[in-house]
Design a protein around this ligand. Sequence first.
Ligand SMILES: Cc1cc2nc3c(=O)[nH]c(=O)nc-3n(C[C@H](O)[C@H](O)[C@H](O)COP(=O)(O)O)c2cc1C
Length: 358
Amino acid sequence: MSALFSPLTIRGLTLRNRIVLSPMCMYSCENRDGMASSFHAAHLGARALGGCGIVMSEATAVLPNGRISLEDLGIWDDAHVGVLRPVTEAIRLGGAASAIQLAHAGRKAGTYRPWSKVRGFVPDSEGGITDRWGPSAIPFREGVPTPLEMSVEDIRVVVEAFAQAARRSDEAGFDIVELHSAHGYLLHQFLSPISNQRTDSYGGDWAGRTRIHHEVVEAVRDVWPAHKPLFVRISATDWIDGAWSLEDSVALAKSLMPLGVDVFDCSSGGSTMDAPIPSGPGYQVHLARGVREGSGMLSGAVGQITEPAQAEEIVASGSADFVFIGREMLRDPHWALKAALALEVEAPWPNQYAWSVG
Ligand SMILES: Cc1cc2nc3c(=O)[nH]c(=O)nc-3n(C[C@H](O)[C@H](O)[C@H](O)COP(=O)(O)O)c2cc1C
């Protein structure tokens, strides 16, 4: 019996195993219009054929000024729905559940893509983002653009944008929505006192800094079907004393669960370049365990999980309900199928590929 390959039902969705393609930006909307292309369908479809239980899209911007790079996927317009349908269809054909990560990059919006000859933020003169938003007018680091402090009306626009994006995600055929509140992007910027120094009701104490989360989750749940699961990716710690902590994350999980959040996907960091992050194999697993034990929420572990036995142990020991695999799945789209072979579990090899394993 493998814990990693045991099915799990959340609401109306049964997942064939606990392996998730972690959301990863592909920087591949060549026209900078957020439109999914056959690249996205081929890339995500391949990971579904490769045996994942869930295949999750990259951070998909709910507003144009919320793109991390200008080549990110978008879902801020009804015109995005039709081009996302072939993506969900490719994932479905591969036998996985399809998930979309909805995101706003806040003060970190509008960079060049990593393989561009130029680094950093795209200037206005080259079509960069002019209305870069943050909870406070504090830049991520010295030498990068200072965001505009969001008005309460801007916050209302963001909440509504997440809800509209969730509605479009349903229309495009996605099975799961994940809200991106990690890695120093907008929702995480509100959580962390490093980036949120507001003095109104969206800042200050824990209740103020988490207020937008409660509003976004309520607005999303109003339109996202009750039979479909809702995940939140969180940076479960800033790794800085006095900033966002695991205890804060546990409290947030407890308060969002009754509003209809099913899974906390536990990453970390991203609020500052100065955090002493102790990276190494499975370095964030204890965060998923802490959230799971402290709140009773289902959790996902991510970060340098590369070995089948390691992934099996994470689920079997009760540290997490899911393992999210990132870069290893870029190296090997069939990681999940090969993990099943390694763990001697009957694997969901597609009929077309079954010849290769006798
Ligand atoms: C190219 C690349 C793009 C990424 N884009 C996203 C993203 O869109 N959303 C997100 O939450 N994390 C993103 N991440 C982080 C991954 O999902 C994952 O958390 C991280 O790579 C650690 O897992 P790994 O060691 O298995 O790669 C990205 C990582 C990489 C390498």
